[in-house]
Ligand binder design. Structure first.
Ligand code: ZN
Length: 458
C-alpha cells in the first residue's frame, strides 16, 4: 500500500479525481485501470466478436436470395443483400479426415472455433481426440461474456464445436451436459444459450434446465418470455428439436433476429466485451432435402439476424462481425434443366415450406387443397396426382420430395447432391479488423485471427 501511495502521489493531480473517488484502490487494480484507459483511447480496439455461420450457405444461396429480395427480377440493377457489401473473400472448408475430403458441420465447426482441422463428427477435439481450446473459451478466459444462438438444437454440431468437446457430434446428451459441467474459473462458460433442443436438456436422467436455473440463469421457452427477461445469463429453448423454419414459425417462436438481438443486449453489458456465435442452422437442412423454398426461408431469417448484428456494430464501433458458411450443401445451382433462366417467382409464391405442406397431406388433407392454400401457384391435375402418388408410396418423405421437385422444376433450381459439397464459401467481414479476412483463407485461419484479436484487442 505504501508503494502504491507513492505512485499515487506522483500521478497527482492527473489521476487524483479517479483514484480518490474510487476509495480503496490497490496497485494492481490501478495498473489494470490504466491499461483499460489506454485501450479505451484505442479507436480501433476490437472488444466484441460476432461470428455468424449460415450452415451450408455457399455462394449460390446468396445469389438466389438476391433475386428473391428483388421480387424475382432479372439480375440487372438488383438490390444487394445485407451480406454483399461486406464480402471480403472466400474460405476453404476441407477437413482432416482419413476417409473424407468434404467436411461435415462438426469438423468445419471445430476448424472455425479452434483453428485445428479434424475428422468429421469431431466436436472441439483434434485428430487424436484431444480437447482443443475454442475462441469462445478464450473469450471467457479474457473475462468477456459469451453466447451461442442457433435455430437447430443448441447442442447441435456447429454451436457444440464452440461450447463443448466430444469425440462425436452424436453424443448430444453429453454435449448438453458439457454446457453446464465444463467450467472456466469455476463458472459456466456460456452466458447465453438460445435455440432448440428441449429434449436434451429435460431428460429422465438429468434436468439441466433446473440445474441452470439454480446457478442463476433464467430459462425461457417462448418469444414473449425471451423479450420480458432481463437476466444476463439465459438459457432459451424454443422447440423440442430444431425450431420450425422461418416461413412456418408460429408467433411464439422467436426469429433468429429476436434471439441474436436478445443475446447482444445481455452480452453487451460486460465492459470487457463479448464473443457471440450465431448459426442459421437450417439452410443446410433444407439443402439436404434439395428444398429451395426451405433454404431461401432460412437465408432470409439469417440475413435479418445479420442485419441486426451489423446495426449494433455500426453504433458500437468496437465490434467485428464475420459471416460465413461452414461448407456448402446440395450442389445448388442457379439454373438447371438445360435452360438459361432461373425463376425466383415460384419460390416467392410459397406461403409455407414444402415440408409444412407435406405434413398437412400426411394429416389427411387433400394434396390439391394444401397446394392451393399454401401457395399462389396453379398446379395441373397431373402434378397434383404425382404428389398424391408420392405421398402414398412413401409416407415418410414422399410428399415432401414431390412438392420440392415441383418448385425445383418451376424455378430451374439444380441440385447435384443430397450431402455437402466441397466448393469454397464466401466470407463477409465488417468492423475494425475486417481486412484480416480478405482473400482466400482457410477455415482454420478464422479461428487463429480471432484468438489473436481476443488476446490483443486488435
Ligand atoms: Zn454444416
Amino acid at each position: 500500500m505504501k508503494f502504491f501511495q507513492n505512485v499515487k502521489a506522483k500521478l497527482l493531480p492527473l489521476a487524483a479525481v479517479s483514484v480518490l473517488t474510487a476509495g480503496i484502490f490497490t496497485g494492481i487494480e490501478f495498473q489494470q485501470a490504466e491499461k483499460a484507459d489506454a485501450k479505451k483511447q484505442d479507436k480501433n480496439e476490437i472488444r466484441n466478436v460476432i461470428v455468424m455461420i449460415g450452415d451450408g450457405m455457399g455462394t449460390p444461396y446468396i445469389n438466389a436470395y438476391r433475386s428473391l429480395k428483388n421480387n424475382g427480377k432479372t439480375p440487372n440493377d438488383m438490390k444487394l443483400t445485407e451480406f454483399d457489401p461486406n464480402l471480403t473473400g472466400m474460405m476453404m472448408t476441407y477437413p482432416d479426415d482419413p476417409d473424407y475430403n468434404i467436411t461435415d458441420s462438426a469438423a468445419a465447426g471445430t476448424a472455425l472455433s479452434t483453428g485445428v482441422k479434424t475428422y468429421n463428427n469431431a466436436i472441439g477435439v483434434n485428430k487424436n481426440k484431444k480437447r482443443v481450446k475454442s475462441v469462445l473459451e478464450e473469450a471467457k478466459e479474457q473475462g468477456k461474456s459469451t453466447g451461442l444462438v442457433a435455430t437447430s438444437e443448441i447442442n447441435h454440431a456447429t454451436p457444440a464445436a464452440y461450447g463443448a468437446h466430444n469425440e462425436s457430434r452424436k453424443n448430444m446428451n453429453q454435449i448438453a451436459n458439457s454446457y453446464f459441467d465444463d467450467k472456466i474459473n469455476g463458472k459456466q462458460k456460456i452466458d447465453v444459450l438460445l435455440g432448440g433442443g428441449k429434449t436434451y436438456f429435460n431428460r429422465k436422467d438429468r434436468n439441466l434446465t433446473e440445474e441452470f436455473k439454480k446457478t442463476g440463469y433464467s430459462y425461457v421457452t417462448t418469444k414473449r418470455e425471451l423479450k420480458k427477461d432481463k437476466n444476463k445469463q439465459l438459457l432459451g429453448l424454443f422447440a423440442d428439436g430444431g425450431l420450425a423454419k422461418a416461413l412456418d414459425r408460429d408467433s411464439q417462436t422467436p426469429s433468429l433476429e429476436d434471439m441474436t438481438s436478445s443475446a447482444i443486449d445481455r452480452l453487451n453489458q460486460n465492459k470487457k466485451g463479448f464473443f457471440l456465435m450465431v448459426e442459421g442452422s437450417q439452410i443446410d437442412w433444407a439443402a439436404h432435402e434439395n428444398d429451395v423454398v426451405g433454404a431461401m426461408s432460412e437465408v432470409k431469417d439469417f440475413e435479418k439476424a445479420y442485419k441486426a448484428a451489423i446495426q449494433f456494430a455500426k453504433k458500437d464501433k468496437h465490434t467485428l462481425v464475420i459471416a460465413t458458411a461452414d461448407h456448402t450443401t446440395g450442389g445448388f445451382t442457379i439454373g438447371a434443366n438445360g435452360e438459361k433462366n432461373w425463376h425466383a417467382k415460384p419460390i416467392l409464391a410459397a406461403k409455407r415450406t414444402p415440408e409444412f405442406m407435406a405434413k398437412k397431406i400426411a394429416e389427411g388433407k387433400p394434396a390439391k387443397d394444401v397446394l392451393t392454400r399454401y401457395t399462389d401457384l396453379t398446379f395441373t391435375a397431373e402434378e397434383i396426382k404425382t404428389v398424391e402418388a408420392a405421398a402414398q408410396a412413401d409416407q415418410d418423405k414422399g410428399a415432401y420430395k414431390s412438392i420440392t421437385k415441383l418448385f425445383n422444376t418451376r424455378s430451374n433450381s439444380g441440385w447435384t447432391s443430397t450431402d455437402h459439397t466441397g466448393e469454397e464459401v464466401p466470407v463477409y467481414a465488417y468492423g475494425p479488423g475486417k481486412e484480416k479476412f480478405a482473400g482466400l483463407i482457410n477455415n482454420t485461419d478464422q479461428a487463429k485471427k480471432i484468438f489473436k484479436i481476443l488476446k490483443t484487442g486488435k
